[in-house]
Write a protein that binds this ligand. Structure first.
Ligand SMILES: NCc1[nH]cc(CCC(=O)O)c1CC(=O)O
Length: 316
């Protein structure tokens, strides 16, 4: 495959400027440099609206798209060729004109419990304040630990850790993947198994986006594509898409492949965790998308629609 086309002399990667986004872009850059040593590969750092508006919860300001629009603008006008995203931040429907060229192998998909005082959420005394702005994390915490208080926590990974260290929170919940990438593994107090905190759709996987008229780039990115991860993420995204998933919806979805069987688990809840529907389905990895759609339909039959209808709908 690698000799059926000539790699371009230059590839520019658009990335947000947060440390985590830059780590991710650097990682893809290094892998591309290994694959295509003749090409010059650079990163174009950009600040997005999502990075600028830090005082309002993400679920109130329009969600995921905010982190990627500026990057897509750079792809559109040719300042960059590809954009690297956390799959968790990629909207369920790709905007017209763009596609995902590759999905990379998943890093640890679990949520991490981070505290300077307690080793596990089971140990938190009544009234303890846990920081997270994710409705998914909040609903699961409140359902299992109704005696805890959940308060919003935004900002990049370092900002969130600083707020924990300043003593505003007894604990915070972050994605293990981000901490591991930033060499902050030592900050992970405990990893939360999916039974306790079902991960976000796409958590831990990276997506490489390009314009949908750039089949050349899609071909170039194929060695970075990880089929098993892609089947899992497709299953999760299909479920979320049918349920109208976004940051405004407390929803989790997580697929794993064991012995060539894909098992997808999903839930929808109201933010206070008092109403929650959970289910799971297994099947062939190649049928991930259909499994995701079927799991969504099953959750709807069990009351997901009623829960979703009670949520404040985002502005249109
Ligand atoms: N919401 C921001 C975001 N997007 C992706 C990650 C983590 C990395 C990943 O999921 O690949 C994080 C940080 C977090 O949730 O703690």
């Amino acid at each position: 495959m690698s000799n059926s086309f000539t790699p371009p002399s230059k590839i520019t990667i658009a990335s947000r400027e947060s440390l985590l986004a830059m780590w991710q872009a650097n990682y893809i850059r290094d892998r591309l440099r290994e694959l295509y040593p003749q090409s010059e590969i650079n990163i174009l750092g950009m600040t997005t609206q999502g990075d600028q508006i830090l005082d309002i919860s993400l679920s109130k300001i329009g969600g995921k798209g905010l982190f990627i629009k500026e990057l897509e603008q750079a792809l559109e006008d040719g300042r960059a060729d590809i954009a690297v995203h956390s799959m968790k931040d990629v909207p369920m429907n790709m905007p017209p004109g763009f596609m995902l060229a590759a999905i990379t192998e998943r890093e640890d998909p679990r949520d991490a419990f981070v505290s300077n005082k307690y080793t596990h959420p089971d140990e938190l005394p009544a009234g303890s304040i846990v920081g997270t702005s994710s409705l998914r994390r909040e609903s699961q915490l409140r359902a299992r630990y109704p005696h805890l208080q959940v308060q919003p926590l935004r900002g990049n990974v370092q900002t969130r850790l600083r707020k924990l260290d300043e003593g505003q929170f007894a604990a915070i919940i972050l994605a293990a993947a981000g901490l591991k990438r930033l060499e902050l593994t030592y900050r992970i107090t405990s990893l939360l198994e999916p039974e306790i905190s079902l991960p976000a759709v796409g958590q831990g996987a990276l997506g490489i986006e390009c314009r949908d008229d750039r089949a050349d780039l899609a071909l170039l990115m194929q060695p970075l594509h990880h089929a098993e991860t892609a089947y899992c993420v497709e299953a999760e995204r299909a479920m979320s898409r049918v349920l109208g998933g976004s940051c405004q919806v407390p929803l989790g979805g997580f697929a794993e492949i064991t012995d060539d069987v894909l098992t997808l688990r999903g839930f929808v809840a109201n933010p206070d965790g008092t109403n929650m529907v959970n289910d799971e389905l297994s099947g062939k990895p190649e049928d991930g998308m259909t499994l995701g759609q079927r799991l969504a339909e099953s959750l709807r039959k069990q009351g997901a629609d009623e829960i979703l209808a009670t949520l404040v709908q985002p502005h249109d």
